[in-house]
Design a protein around this ligand. Structure first.
Ligand code: M6R
Length: 368
């Protein structure tokens, strides 16, 4: 049932193009984005004036990424919060608040309790979930299912990419409800999303050097991840994968924060993985990140740079260059996350660990 792979996780990484495609399927009907379940009126969606995203772990990172797309497309303010923190700080919620709960399992206790708290405060709740009939979608007012199929590996991979996909659908649905995007724009964005499974498949075809690099770096003491804009949550996700699978100290930073502290960590030979923005789509950020990479390389870091194909400016500063297809900025996490998953899985295996069942972790965390 592992389809010829030693671990479910490796199979699940390969299943990501299908997870994205299946999550999109059927959601554009006559130019409109439709949800899977909607116990809310269209007026309720139109009335939303604030969005909170609550989730844990990788699902939280997908939520951080949702903020970029939803705010940009809808002009609604979006706050993203760890589900375990949310209800303990008396968040300001009301009838026009939409709380989006993201969960692969649909059973995560922290997220479920956050949903209950939101409902008590009369907020509307929308679930993005991979498990039909699980508790979180049952208690929600609306549901978008991620159709990644069962995820067995403890580390979330295909469910994460499916969550990103569902988040984009939600952003488009809200934009349409509020009138911040016209039908033709929604149709165009949807078509771009439909091209993503092929882009992800291309990344998967070219990850062999990432595997070799992971084996080479298996004895590193720590690995740092840097990103900016949507690259920042991707960096956090890359670090989480490495922590949970390889039991290695790994940390993700916003590249702009480097000089506010983390640059002190840079020492000779320390691997630093940098997720670059597009040189065309985000030229200013790109040039700032090139300076960041120069700085850390000058201080001895071993730079591993994930950059768009054809990004020549970054080449001189990359000890290792990992190329990803050029896609629009907001969608880039769908391709930039994949090499980081492969890196963590391979490095953990090189250290002799079981990547499906990392120590101390459970697939779904049903206690708070
Ligand atoms: O089932 P959920 O999506 O609610 O789970 C949330 C986290 O426990 C989960 O994403 C966890 O962080 C993964 N092991 C990360 O790979």
């Amino acid at each position: 049932e592992k389809g010829g792979y030693d671990y479910f996780m490796l199979k699940e990484i390969q299943e990501q193009p299908a997870a994205v495609a299946d999550t999109l399927r059927g959601h554009l009907v006559d130019g409109r984005i439709v949800l899977d379940e909607q116990r809310l009126t269209d007026q309720d969606l139109r009335d939303v004036d604030k969005v909170f995203v609550v989730a844990c772990g990788s699902a939280y990172h997908s939520g951080l990424l949702a903020k970029y797309a939803i705010e940009h497309w809808t002009r609604l303010p979006v706050e993203v919060e760890l589900a375990s923190e949310f209800r303990y700080r008396d968040p300001v919620l009301g009838r026009s608040t939409l709380v989006v709960a993201i969960s692969q399992s649909g059973e995560t206790a922290d997220t479920l309790e956050a949903v209950r708290h939101a409902k008590e405060q009369k907020a509307k709740v929308l679930a993005i979930c991979n498990t039909n009939g699980s508790q979180i979608p049952r208690e929600a007012d609306a549901v978008l299912y991620t159709r990644a199929g069962p995820e067995i590996g403890v580390a979330s991979t295909k469910a994460f990419l499916a969550q990103l996909t569902a988040n984009y659908l939600l952003g488009l649905a809200l934009a349409q409800a509020r009138g911040t995007k016209y039908t033709d724009e929604v149709v165009r964005e949807f078509a771009e999303l439909e091209a993503m499974p092929d882009a992800v498949a291309r990344v998967l075809e070219t990850v062999e050097p990432v595997r070799a690099l992971a084996r080479e770096l298996k004895d590193s003491r720590a690995v740092l991840f840097l990103g900016r804009h949507v690259g920042y949550p991707v960096a956090l996700e890359g670090a989480l994968k490495l922590k949970e699978l390889a039991y290695m100290h790994a940390e993700g930073f916003a590249a702009g924060e480097l000089k506010h502290g983390p640059i002190a960590l840079i020492e000779e030979g320390l691997p630093v993985i940098v997720v670059m923005p597009s040189p065309k789509g985000r030229a200013l950020l790109h040039s700032k990140m090139v300076s960041n990479i120069r700085e850390i390389q000058a201080r001895g870091a071993r730079t591993v740079v994930i950059a768009e194909e054809g990004d020549e400016t970054v080449r001189p500063f990359a000890d290792h260059l990992i190329e990803i297809p050029a896609v629009s900025t907001l969608l880039q996490p769908l391709v930039s996350t994949v090499p980081l998953q492969v890196f963590a899985a391979e490095l953990a295996q090189a250290r002799g660990y079981d990547v499906d069942k990392p120590r101390n972790l459970a697939k779904s965390v049903t206690v708070e």
